[in-house]
Design a protein around this ligand. Structure first.
Ligand code: ADP
Ligand code: MG
Length: 581
């Protein structure tokens, strides 16, 4: 830059004819060229102007109140669209806030790019105490799939291309892109600059399975007496919905959807084994895993839940070869993308395919129908204070009437009950806490769901879960998003009835302010706030909110004694062996 300023008048004239560009514009153009249209972030040094210019250049820039929520929005945008969701943050603390969400995206196998501004390289590397000094690249590396830093304007095209390909190819994941503040101001010849940018060709190539692996898998499935298919969120992510349906229906095998795979086929489908979960896990002899992992959510594929000592044979379809044998032996690994694998399997079944023995499918159906019948009366109970089942009975009706709405769900009991009670009818309509079972993804997910799909969103939140991202209701109001938040308010974490065991004045660690009015928070930002205390009121107010499309928060008073410690996963709590005297 100094050399440009120091030239003679003659040179100045020559230079004026050369159009210049800079790091800001190259980064924006590179992202746009690769189909990135939406940015989730929080402005600040050194990326404040970048956000402004992105908006000026036609990108949608959504400013959040905290980076973690912006990151959670980007993560779920990746899941919903199969393209990397992009989160933009400031340096050090903002970067760290965003990093939690990047690690969450990575753990869930969703494509996301965290772009963070960083402080001056030379100063950071000599640890001379720069403003927000931190070696962000080194810190991000172990927590994501790939991490890159761009130092020169002429490398922006390559840097963005690498980030995009790394995020979406193979097993999708989180990518960190480090942008030192002074990169943005670097100047370059405009024509040269444009030449350095390109659109990534075939960023997530199809990965076809070997024919041997298909034959092997079919042999195992053919030999099954009590087969089961488990659909995971990888299958939902793949957007191979017709291939999934064809595989399930042609095979005639009952299927169990994992939480975020609910709705891939409607939960009311005759082959759904959702309400007979315990039975099918225990009794099945062959299980076909489709984009699902045998991690803690499935008891690692072994133990009592799986009917051990009887052994289950596993067939697994996954794009990631290393996933095979992660917890138990996979007798038929099928490595490839969901669409290619399922299409090959369905084709190979052919016309002569024999459906599973009817004594198995009838046993599954009998159990399923018995469980549905047993549950029905508790869903219709209109008493006050509400328990979980009764409140969720209302919301089950809402989703049945609006199958296109997106359901966001987090909490402990609020999550566990909603997952089993609320039927889903369409793919990628249920967004929840994912592989970590993390709290705090609610408002980020709700915002991205509304922005990316244009469909109305119903966010069903435990009062504790809501607290992690609750300030984003201002964001929801600011962007006028069609989001209805229902807070299941039972005055605390798990329950609102715990006592301080020391007898002191402080409330117990799991207890919140009694009868808090979360609805009034929404009113503070110009949204609609409603307080309800029975299931009929809840149904009516949610219906009104969904009809109006106005940002709404419904404070639903739940019996403080209704919840169970840690919901369905209380067994994960360590127990003390020391008895208090
Ligand atoms: P769930 O929690 O629903 O069981 P997981 O997140 O544990 O789902 O598993 C998803 C799996 O799907 C991961 O192992 C991932 O590698 C795989 N996956 C993601 N996308 C694809 C795809 N397009 N084709 C095949 N497998 C995929
Ligand atoms: Mg609670």
């Amino acid at each position: 830059m100094t050399s440009i300023a120091a030239t003679t008048a003659e040179h100045d004239e020559a230079i004026e004819e050369v159009a210049l560009t800079d790091g800001f514009h190259l980064l924006i153009d590179a992202l746009k060229l690769n189909g990135v249209e939406t940015i989730y972030g929080v402005p600040g040094i050194p990326i404040t102007d970048l956000g402004r210019m992105m908006q000026e250049e036609g990108m949608r820039v959504l400013s959040f109140r905290h980076e973690q929520n912006a990151g959670n929005a980007a993560a779920i945008a990746g899941f919903l669209t199969k393209k990397p969701g992009v989160c933009l943050t400031v340096s050090a603390p903002g970067f760290l806030n965003g990093l939690t969400a990047l690690a969450h995206a990575n753990t869930n196998c969703w494509p996301m790019i965290l772009i963070s501004g960083s402080s001056e390289r030379e100063v950071v590397d000599l640890m001379q105490g720069d403003y927000e000094e931190m070696d962000q690249l080194a810190i991000a590396k172990p927590l994501c799939k790939a991490a890159y830093r761009i130092l020169h304007a002429q490398d922006i095209g390559i840097g963005v291309a690498r980030a995009i390909r790394a995020a979406v190819s193979g097993r999708p994941g989180g990518v960190y892109l480090d942008i030192p503040g002074n990169l943005l101001g670097q100047v370059m010849d405009e024509v040269e600059g444009q030449k350095s940018l390109f659109e990534v060709i075939d960023p997530a190539p199809a990965q076809r399975p070997s024919s041997e692996s298909i034959d092997r898998a079919l042999e195992v499935i053919k030999g099954a007496k009590r087969p089961l298919i488990i659909l995971g969120k990888g299958a939902a992510y793949a957007q191979a919905d017709e291939a999934v349906r064809a595989f399930v229906e042609t095979s005639g095998i009952p299927y169990l959807p994992m939480s975020m795979a609910k709705g891939l086929l409607p939960d009311t489908h005759p082959l759904s084994a959702g309400p007979a979960r315990s039975l099918v896990l225990k009794e099945s002899d062959v299980v076909v895993m489709v984009g699902a992992r045998l991690n803690w959510l499935l008891s690692h594929g072994k133990g009592k839940q799986w009917g051990e000592p009887h052994s289950t044979k596993f067939v697994q379809i996954d794009i990631e070869p290393k996933e095979m044998d992660s917890n138990v032996e996979i007798v038929a690994p099928v490595v490839g993308d969901i669409f290619s694998c399922l299409t090959a399997l369905t084709d190979a079944m052919g016309d002569g395919w024999k459906k599973p023995p009817t004594d198995w499918t009838e046993a599954v159906n009998a159990k399923k129908n018995a469980n549905i019948e047993r549950m029905a009366p508790t869903l219709r109970n209109n008493s006050s204070p509400m328990n979980y089942a009764a409140a969720l009975g209302s919301l089950k009706r809402v989703i049945a009437e609006r199958p296109d709405a997106i359901l966001v769900n987090e909490g402990a009991n609020t999550l566990d009950f909603a997952r089993s009670i609320i039927d889903m009818y369409k793919p990628r309509k249920r967004l929840d806490v994912g592989t970590w079972g993390v709290m705090g993804v609610g408002m980020g997910s709700a915002i991205a769901a509304a922005v990316e799909t244009g469909h109305p969103v119903l966010a069903v939140e435990g009062d504790s879960a809501f607290g992690f991202s609750g300030m984003e209701i201002e964001t929801i109001c600011r962007y006028k998003l069609p989001v209805c938040v229902v807070v299941f308010n039972n005055n605390g974490i798990y329950r609102g009835t715990d006592q301080n065991r020391s007898g002191g004045e402080d409330p117990a660690p799991t207890v919140f302010v009694e009868n808090a009015r979360y609805d009034m928070m929404m009113e503070a930002f110009g949204g609609v706030g409603v307080h309800v205390s029975n299931p009929d009121e809840l149904y009516r107010s949610v219906t009104d909110a969904m009809d109006s499309g106005k940002p709404t928060l419904i404070n639903a008073a739940i019996d403080p004694a209704a919840g169970k410690e840690s919901g369905n996963i209380g067994s994960l709590n360590p127990q003390s062996v020391v008895k208090k005297k």
